[in-house]
Design a protein around this ligand. Structure first.
Ligand code: NDP
Ligand code: 2IT
Length: 432
């Protein structure tokens, strides 16, 4: 057994460990064959930390912390995003990298688990400052990454602008142009459908689950999608396309409630092109729009919710409100947006609940397909990538659902995902 108390100074990482180990079946946790790997599976292979020195627009030198956690490569090269956000700590990156090991195994593609980032805040910075920061970050990171070693991508605060700058600097410092990053802009070798992949993927996962558990789909459903970044926007787009109505979204400042449904292109332009705040949506449309505090989003009545912003944004109180209002499904687009208490509440009350490591795996899956295209020198059509994504999300759902059923806990997709992926990773570690 693992002593989780020793991780009490890393609260987010400790929570991720607790989520995993409290859900493992006795037959897995107490399997003597796995005793020898338990201590190893909770320790990253390597943690790289560095100072990032960059110059702001006033000519002042600034210093931020930079990290890369290379957690486990038993299933393939270290793979996982980079997060630029002022709240970034090693504990958060270890939690995300640990989750990524099992998520990446679920995709069925050969990728190990990693995560990195910085406490740099891109918000309010000029393009030139962001680009100088990215250059300084990559100057430190480039020796540790590469197509056969470690392949980062985006996460919170790291989108197309940042990946373009990071990749350009990678080429400059390393002298290579291998597929050392995914989520690249198309002109630098990126894959069609990577931008859409996480949001589309979580929607495809929801469709599989709604059909299996409740014989229904998203048509005519009232839907809440939290966040308004990459994952949330493309979840909005896909849900709307298939006939659901997204009535509320948020950012870290405000939520908007739009009974007629939020218009994808209006919000996309506001967020992606102008980097505006969500409350400005009210000035852009004729529809009735109510602006409220960000956290009030979970008090709005809906049929289905997609938390797509950040960790622990939805607590047990919020879960109770959603349940009381008749919500039948909660599908995580973000990484661990529901607290453990909220997740357990959903499971106990038979609200379909999918953990992020299963339902948000579409993003990293298409990153895997980007690597495959780069290695083969191919460029696949949007439709081809989208079809592969659908197939992968369907496989992930089936593997999680069948495992939960085998464990006689049909509504527990946490057990399903964790037991399935843990066994897969543990067996590979034993072989190695
Ligand atoms: P973005 O940076 O594009 O967007 C993040 C969004 O979440 C923004 O709208 C941000 O608002 C909002 N947000 C952040 N903190 C809070 C908060 N405390 N309360 C309310 N809203 C908040 O990131 P992504 O969309 O890429 O990532 C979102 C989540 O999805 C993260 O958990 C990430 O790890 C996960 N994920 C991302 C994948 C990807 O491919 N990008 C793949 C799989 C998972 P504001 O602008 O105010 O900060
Ligand atoms: O959390 C995640 O899965 C991501 N941020 C995507 C990682 C990737 O390598 O595409």
């Amino acid at each position: 057994m693992i002593d989780l108390d020793k991780f009490s100074n890393e609260p987010e990482f400790q929570t991720a460990l607790r989520e995993m180990f409290s859900s493992l079946d006795e037959s897995v946790l107490n399997n003597p064959r796995y005793a020898s790997i338990l201590d190893k599976i909770v320790e990253p292979d390597r943690v790289i930390t560095f100072d990032v020195e960059w110059v702001d627009d006033k000519g002042q030198k600034q210093v931020n912390k930079g990290y890369r956690v290379q957690f486990n490569n038993v299933n393939g090269v270290y793979k996982g995003g980079l997060r630029f956000h002022p709240t970034v700590t090693l504990s958060i990156l270890k939690f995300l990298a640990f989750e990524q090991i099992f998520k990446n195994y679920l995709t069925t593609l050969p990728m190990g688990g990693g995560k990195g980032g910085s406490d740099f805040d891109p918000k309010g910075k000029s393009d030139a400052e962001v680009i100088r920061f990215c250059d300084a970050f990559m100057k430190q990171l480039y020796p540790y990454i590469g197509v056969d070693q470690d392949v980062p991508a985006g996460d919170i605060g790291v989108g197309g602008r940042e990946i373009r700058a990071l990749y350009t600097s990678y080429i400059k410092y390393s002298g290579k142009s291998d597929c050392s990053l995914t989520g690249k802009p198309l002109d630098l070798g990126g894959s069609l459908c990577r931008t859409e992949a996480t949001g589309y993927g979580v929607t495809y996962f929801a469709l599989e689950a709604l059909k299996t558990y409740k014989n229904t789909d998203l048509r005519g459903k009232q839907v809440i999608v939290s966040g308004s970044g990459n994952v949330a926007l493309y979840c909005l787009k896909k849900v709307t396309e298939i006939g659901g109505k997204v009535i509320a979204m948020n950012d870290s400042s405000n939520a908007i409630y739009v009974p007629n449904g939020i218009d994808f292109e209006t919000l996309r332009a506001l967020k992606e092109d102008r980097r505006g705040r969500i409350k400005e949506y009210k000035d852009l449309v004729k529809d009735e729009v109510t602006v409220m505090p960000s956290k009030d989003i979970w008090g709005i009545k809906c049929d289905v919710a997609f938390p797509c912003a950040t960790q622990f944004e939805l607590d047990e109180n919020d879960a109770k409100k959603l349940f009381a209002n008749g919500c039948i499904g909660v599908f995580e687009g973000a990484n661990m947006p529901c607290t453990l208490e909220a997740a357990n509440f959903f499971i106990k009350n038979k609200v379909i609940y999918s953990p992020g490591k299963a339902s948000n795996a579409g993003g990293v899956a298409v990153s895997g397909l980007e690597i495959e295209q780069n290695k083969k020198g191919e460029k696949w059509s949007f439709e081809k990538v989208d079809e592969r994504l659908k197939g992968i999300m369907s496989t992930i759902f089936k593997n999680c659902y069948n495992t939960a059923k085998d464990l006689k806990d049909e509504y527990n997709l946490v057990k399903g995902a964790n037991n399935y992926a843990f066994i897969g990773i543990a067996e590979k570690m034993l072989k190695r």
